[in-house]
Design a protein around this ligand. Structure first.
Ligand code: BGC
Length: 328
């Protein structure tokens, strides 16, 4: 055995140990120092009722023989799913009461009508989980809702803002007073997370497992956002200029603030979501430039809901959702 071997091995061992120590230190620093708020500013549970935007679609049949639906039990529910349970529950799905993606409670008159807008492309396995899961979740909430899938049916760069504008136009034309903009990979875990608008825009997905259940920054509105149709029109919707992943939601947050609206949230124990796994999309490196250009030029007046361009569009009702197919 050569003489140098024990020292070499020792050095190797030490190096390995140091490497481990350094790695552990990095992990600890990451865990504690990553930005994010667990205790973000939020509405108090006991005050939520007075912030609720109680509007129903005028086309919904209200029957005098039925009582008004109750929501206290939902808002006070402590039932919650663990992240690993969420993806299993859709197995026992029966589409009772659902037509064209729409549902209204049978034994009471709801006081909320909500259009759920989901922008989509090439995520079939997520959609297969999302649709039954959401119907199971929403049917327990005593609300009237309709799910729209807005699919970009071309290979051009992804344009989420534009797709939301198209979905919003359709939902507004169908008289929905409240829009919930929803990522297809997010599933709500808390039964108390009532799918309804407030008098101000409401960021609903404040506490996502992927982000260790913290709010990563205060102006985040991506993920799931509830906004009244009137407010959406007032902001002129989303900018149509963001292509690829990211930025359009941050730009939308700027529009919210420029219009003197605020971003409200429920407490974190009512706002938890699990994110379905997927490969991170390529980020749009131009997003910060577009954002600052939009802000400095106050582009929101002529870039948004009033300037949506597309090649073709089709609206097809399916039993579990209404599909809006778009080529941009
Ligand atoms: C992007 C947003 C995104 C957020 C959280 C930001 O860098 O610009 O679009 O919602 O990260 O993932």
């Amino acid at each position: 055995m050569p003489k140098w071997l024990p020292i070499h091995r020792l050095l190797q061992l030490r190096l390995t140990r140091y490497a481990w120590i350094i790695l552990c230190l990095i992990a600890i620093i990451q865990f504690f120092a990553t930005y994010g708020y667990y205790n973000y500013e939020h509405l108090e549970e006991e005050n939520l009722n007075k912030y609720l935007y109680k509007h129903v679609n005028p086309k919904l049949m209200i029957k005098k023989s039925k009582p008004e639906c109750k929501y206290e039990g939902i808002l006070q529910s402590t039932k919650t799913l663990h992240t690993w349970e969420a993806t299993k529950t859709f197995n026992d799905f029966i589409p009772k009461g659902i037509m064209n993606g729409s549902y209204a409670p049978e034994d009471c008159n709801p006081i909320f009508s909500v259009a759920i807008l989901v922008t989509y492309r090439n995520r079939q396995s997520q959609l297969d989980i999302f649709i039954p899961y959401m119907h199971n979740f929403l049917r327990k909430q005593n609300i009237h809702y309709k799910i729209y899938i807005i699919e970009q049916q071309d290979d051009k760069p992804w344009n989420k803002g534009l797709l939301y504008n198209i979905g919003a136009k359709q939902a507004i034309a169908e008289n929905f007073p409240c829009l919930i903009l929803h990522d297809v990979d997010l599933l709500p875990l808390d039964e108390s997370n009532l799918y309804a608008c407030l008098h101000q825009p409401r960021h609903m997905s404040a506490s996502i497992d992927k982000f260790r259940f913290v709010l990563i920054y205060k102006t985040l509105v991506g993920g799931v956002l509830a906004i009244t149709s009137d407010q959406y029109k007032k902001l002129n919707g989303f900018s149509n200029r963001f292509q690829g992943w990211g930025g359009e939601d941050d730009d939308f947050a700027t529009r919210i603030m420029e219009n003197k609206l605020s971003i409200l949230r429920f407490p974190n124990y009512m706002s938890r979501y699990t994110m379905l796994l997927h490969k991170q999309e390529a980020k749009n490196s131009a997003r910060y430039d577009i954002m600052s250009e939009n802000t400095s030029k106050r582009n929101s007046e002529h870039d948004g809901l009033n300037s949506v361009h597309f090649e073709t569009i089709s609206v097809k009702p399916h039993r579990l959702f209404t599909l809006i197919g778009v080529r941009v």
